[in-house]
Design a protein around this ligand. Structure first.
Ligand code: ADP
Ligand code: MG
Length: 370
């Protein structure tokens, strides 16, 4: 196995006295050369702190950080050679675009002639060749962020860190920039560590995603695996949309592989089959999670649809362009959301009594958290 480019080993970080808590609880994390690894999590979960520790703007309270196999504890930020892009573009307003991009080269003593060529290349990478003479204020937000990206890459750092770089952009531009960063990463084989609280952005961009909560990684996996096989209720709730139905475990697991299942008595009164993830023993509280796109709705009685089907009332049908969203109410007031592609057949009228069901292989049972 090749040495990972970055390795966090048992890293903890307290900003004040340890007794007042750790912003990063205990971090063991490796970044492979050439990968785009995203730190995804709610505000305050320790994502920025993790980047700052690697960049050298903060020091760990415990543990080690290795870059290319070397402990970087004693290296100040500018000697780590890491490129950084923040949400606020932090371009120098009094310098031209080209001067901004040339700045890291100047600091590193690259001769003038070589500088010009590398600046030209870096600007071409972000499709801003002809903007070198402008001031940052003469550019749009998206263009400014591309300049910041060019400036972070121009000195060919081994890794580029990006902290919510698209946070200030509107939705359309943000999505366009996501594809652009993804393409840049793939074309140049750049190693990137990317921070966002936006799960859609993380799914779009990443080779792997580390989901943070309270200073800990709750799951580290490729986007598809994270979405389809969340390892705990937090990840199931944070990545993508999930119906979360509380209940009580009724039986120990039976069956093998894809058929492995437990029975759960939902609080709404129906017993269903689900795949156990980290659900406890019979008698313990749990949460059954089902993606809206996995919920089938039929305008027939639940008893005709199958023994696991639930009775529900269709509350509302919301047109969302590429799909319709059905809000359904179960007996005890709990709601289930279903998504259907537009044009996938007739829909019952709101108010109608319908039945709701899903393939138990797509129902995950988690230990109830918190
Ligand atoms: P995120 O980037 O995921 O929103 P942060 O890493 O910024 O999270 O913050 C993690 C925790 O550390 C939060 O509780 C935050 O309030 C605290 N924190 C962050 N920066 C500082 C700081 N400079 N001084 C004290 N506490 C901080
Ligand atoms: Mg942050």
């Amino acid at each position: 196995m090749a040495e990972p480019l970055v390795r966090f080993e048992g890293v903890r970080k307290a900003y004040g006295a340890a007794a007042s808590g750790y912003a990063v609880q205990r971090l063991d994390l490796e970044v492979e050369k050439g990968e785009l690894l995203t730190l995804l999590g709610p505000s305050g979960s320790g994502k920025t702190t993790t980047l700052m520790l690697l960049a050298g703007f903060e020091m760990p309270s415990e543990g080690r950080i290795l870059l290319g196999g070397r402990d970087i504890a004693r290296l100040p930020p500018h000697r780590r050679g890491i490129g950084v892009v923040f949400q606020s573009y932090a371009l120098f307003p009094h310098m031209s675009v080209a001067e901004n991009v040339a700045f890291p080269l100047e600091v590193r003593g690259v001769p003038r002639a070589a500088r010009a060529e590398r600046v030209r290349k870096a600007l071409a990478m972000v499709r801003l060749e002809s903007f070198g003479e402008r001031r940052p204020t003469q550019l749009s937000g998206g263009q400014q962020q591309r300049v910041a990206l060019a400036r972070a890459m121009v000195f060919e750092p081994p890794i580029v860190l990006l902290d919510e770089p698209l946070g200030a952009l509107d939705k359309a531009l943000r999505e366009e920039m996501q594809y652009e960063i993804r393409a840049l990463h793939q074309r140049l084989g750049l190693t990137m560590m990317y921070v966002t609280h936006d799960q859609q952005e993380a799914l779009t961009l990443s080779d792997r995603i580390a989901v943070f909560e309270g200073g800990r990684i709750r799951q580290l996996a490729a986007p598809r695996r994270l979405y389809e096989q969340p390892e705990n209720a937090f990840v199931a709730g944070f990545v993508g949309e999930n119906n979360r139905l509380p209940g009580v475990v009724r039986s120990a697991p039976e069956g093998e592989g894809r058929d492995r299942a437990i029975r759960v008595m939902l609080d709404s009164g129906t017993e269903v089959l689900a795949r156990p993830v980290d659900a406890g023993a019979p008698g313990s509280r749990c949460l059954v999670a089902v993606r809206p796109e996995r919920v089938a709705v039929a305008a027939i009685l639940a008893s005709e649809m199958g023994e696991d089907a639930l009775s529900a009332r269709l509350v509302e049908v919301i047109f969302q362009g590429d799909h319709v969203r059905l809000r359904l109410s179960l007996g005890d007031g709990a709601e289930v959301v279903a998504k259907r592609p537009v044009g996938a057949g007739m829909l019952p009228e709101p108010g109608t009594l319908v039945s709701v069901a899903w393939d138990p292989a797509h129902a995950h049972a988690f230990a109830a958290e918190g």
